[in-house]
Design a protein around this ligand. Structure first.
Ligand code: NAD
Ligand code: DAU
Length: 332
């Protein structure tokens, strides 16, 4: 495997993966990205031009997708509409990109008998009670809550069906909440860091007790590479790094690291249908593929992420005002 097609490679996790692959392998990477509001060409700047080809295009464009899938050895599919809040206000792009886009890619991978890896989310499993001793495993039944997570669940099921019915050479991974550089300012952690930089109080949805299972984007990348190289066809792997924290704890940590009182935030209107808790059991990935997380210190990871946003204002500044304006209209 020498030539990878990475969809959504100008987005948050996709761009971190491209950086990781260029640093840790000798693969050539072709990025296919539509550059929606969430894609940023700047996230790939300074990378080796000889080993990286950038194509601006839509994953629902069957002719373009077929050409790129045919010319590469494997596809890693990150491209998606990814933000739950947006999916509550305008679900249609989620159906087009997450469902039809995935269908278009797996049809091409089937036609040319190419390896395909599908990036998905722990949100397909719904949510857990705060005191539930169980965590999500590969056997947890699907029970998505939002338009976003239901389209991701639908796309996973398409991949499973293509494996069984057509022998698609596919693997699937479902990962927990990522943090790190290059994440859009609409998302929780970058929103609060850049709010503090701008002198705006962080905004906590509801009572702030909702739990997310945080993993550094680099740990997600190393897990995906392990699955690409050693995973068994047809299998699903859950990716997580034992990083459960409630949102209040995360906001307090950000405020403290940024030199403000830990209670200097506002409570705002809760998200409709807000999932209470996600938690991943990644035993299968660890025992079968020998993967372990490297970024286990969340406190240090948050400090690095704060520093990245302080040092890279030109990267996020163009999106900030519009993003906050949208939240303001929604009372959030
Ligand atoms: P993102 O919104 O930051 O990036 C998505 C990228 O896809 C953007 O560059 C965008 O331009 C591109 N894109 C959107 N529609 C497209 C289309 N029709 N054709 C081509 N490109 C298109 O998303 P992210 O947070 O980096 O998430 C990437 C993937 O990882 C998604 O599949 C998401 O479901 C999954 N995931 C995300 C997380 C997380 O915490 N962010 C956790 C688990 C899984
Ligand atoms: O679990 C994986 C998922 O993580 C991915 O599939 C999604 O693509 C990704 O966006 C993320 O979804 P969440 O909805 O968990 O992430 P978000 O950053 O939007 O919110 C994290 C938590 O913080 C959630 O409980 C809502 C809350 N929140 C969010 C924002 C933007 C706030 O309290 N205040 C905010 O301003």
């Amino acid at each position: 495997m020498q030539r990878l097609l990475v969809t959504g490679g100008a987005g948050f996790i996709g761009s971190n993966f491209v950086h990781y692959i260029l640093e840790h392998t000798n693969f050539h990477v072709t990025v296919l990205d539509k550059l929606t509001y969430a894609g940023n060409r700047e996230s790939l700047k300074h990378l080796d031009g000889e080993r990286l080809t950038f194509v601006q295009g839509d994953i629902t464009d069957a002719v373009l997708v077929a050409e790129l899938v045919r010319a590469t050895d494997a596809t890693v599919h990150y491209a998606a509409e990814s933000h739950n809040d947006n999916s509550l206000h305008d679900p249609r792009p989620f159906l087009d990109t997450n469902i039809i886009g995935t269908y278009t890619l797996i049809e091409a991978a089937r036609r040319y008998a190419k390896r395909y890896h599908h990036i998905s989310t722990d949100e397909v499993y719904g949510d857990l009670e705060l005191d539930d001793p169980e965590r999500f495993t590969e056997n947890t039944p699907y029970n998505p809550s939002s338009p976003y997570s239901s389209t991701k669940a639908g796309s996973d099921l398409l991949v499973r069906a293509w494996v069984r019915s057509f022998g698609l050479q596919a693997t699937i991974s479902n990962c927990s909440n990522n943090y790190g550089p290059y994440q859009h300012v609409e998302k929780f952690i970058p929103r609060q860091i850049t709010n503090v930089i701008d002198g705006i109080r962080p905004k906590l949805y509801g009572n702030g007790q909702n739990v997310r299972d945080w993993i550094h984007a680099n740990d997600h990348s190393s897990a995906v590479l392990a699955i690409l190289e050693k995973g068994s066809i047809g299998e699903t792997y859950l990716i997580g790094a034992d990083g459960e924290k409630n949102n209040k704890e995360v906001v307090e940590l950000i405020l403290t690291h940024m030199g403000l009182p830990s209670d200097a935030y506002d409570h705002v209107i809760d998200r409709a249908g807000h999932d209470l808790r996600y938690a991943i059991d990644s035993t299968k990935l660890q025992t079968e593929l020998g993967w372990t997380a490297q970024f286990s210190n969340f406190d240090a990871g948050i400090e690095d992420t704060i520093m990245w946003y302080c040092d890279n204002e030109s990267w996020w500044r163009p999106q900030k005002a519009e993003t906050e304006e949208k939240y303001k209209e929604q009372g959030q």
